[in-house]
Design a binder for this molecule. Structure first.
Ligand code: NAD
Length: 279
């Protein structure tokens, strides 16, 4: 018997906790920080039960969970599963399913970056970026799809990047992985189109999270600029708005993609980048 809510139960155009998403099981990889955390909070606000994942000191993660549950009155669980390890990706999905029921919404968000010229780019960084930013999304999707297909409802949201659509120098592994994520997203969308499942990629521009803060000194070294020049002339220069994207904007789009109103959006790559790739 089908578990959870079906699209027919989720009328479009309703707001807040009436989006029809209450009680759904969501997994958000890399949600102890930045964009993933904002998505976890946005999902909690509409009543989903959220499986958190990512690294961080145990007491800080516990405080984060307590705060989310206090703010939104939902339930959370947490796994420190390492997304560079396929067996741990599978264990993460299984833990969410046994705690909350089969996974309805999967957000592949965990990601890392390294900024360096190809000639000296460390092989270990290349392998880690491909594993975490691309392969983990494959293994997680592979694990959730059978139950989604059976229940004829599911949402897969891959957090790609503007760098899934255009390249920048010194980010070979990241650009390759993120372009790969878009290809994977399209393939999942085609394989699931008749099963009430959508798969989409969100492509943020620069969002001021720890991932971006860390690459400011790296980019300064690679381009022989000051850190102030990197922010003004490299990062914000790419975005015609000349403003960082806010994590909440990505969270709101992720929620929309889960609604009934978004049921025909699948296989898409949705830029949230202040006009970067319009140029
Ligand atoms: P962040 O560094 O703030 O958060 C990354 C999260 O991933 C953290 O929770 C971290 O613990 C987790 N993580 C890292 N390695 C992991 C691993 N091996 N296993 C499990 N979890 C792991 O970064 P962010 O900026 O919020 O980035 C989130 C996603 O958004 C990434 O995929 C990134 O590529 C993408 N993105 C970010 C930006 C940006 O400007 N910040 C722009 C476009 C796309």
């Amino acid at each position: 018997m089908a578990m959870g809510l079906r699209d027919e139960d989720c009328p479009a155009g309703q707001l807040g906790k009436n989006l029809g998403l209450q009680g759904k099981t969501a997994v958000v990889t890399g949600s102890t920080s930045g964009i993933g955390l904002a998505i976890a909070q946005a999902f909690s606000a509409v009543g989903m039960n959220v499986m958190l994942n990512g690294f961080g000191p145990a007491d800080e993660v516990a405080a984060l969970r307590r705060q989310i549950e206090l703010d939104y009155g939902n339930e959370t669980d947490y796994s420190a599963a390492d997304m560079s390890k396929p067996a741990e990706v599978v264990a993460l999905i299984d833990q969410a399913a046994s705690r909350f029921g089969p996974v309805d919404v999967l957000v592949n968000n965990a990601g890392i970056q390294h900024v360096e010229a190809i000639e000296t780019f460390p092989a270990a960084k290349w392998e880690a970026i491909l594993a975490i930013n691309l392969s983990a999304a494959f293994y997680a999707a592979q694990r959730v799809l059978p139950a989604m297909k059976e229940r004829k409802w599911g949402r897969i949201i891959n957090i790609a990047s503007a760098h899934a659509l255009v390249a920048s120098p010194f980010k070979s592994a990241y650009v390759a992985a993120k372009h790969g994520v878009v290809g994977l997203t399209k393939t999942i969308a085609l394989e699931t189109a008749e099963f009430g499942i959508t798969a989409n990629a969100i492509c943020p521009g620069y969002v001021l999270t720890p991932l971006v803060q860390k690459q400011i000194p790296e980019t300064a070294r690679a381009r022989m600029l000051t850190e102030e020049q990197v922010i003004r002339d490299v990062l914000l220069h790419a975005q015609p708005t000349h403003q960082f994207v806010m994590t909440e904007e990505v969270g709101a789009l992720a929620v929309f993609l889960c609604t009934h109103a978004a049921r025909s959006i699948t296989g898409a790559s949705l830029p949230v980048e202040g006009g970067w790739t319009a140029q």
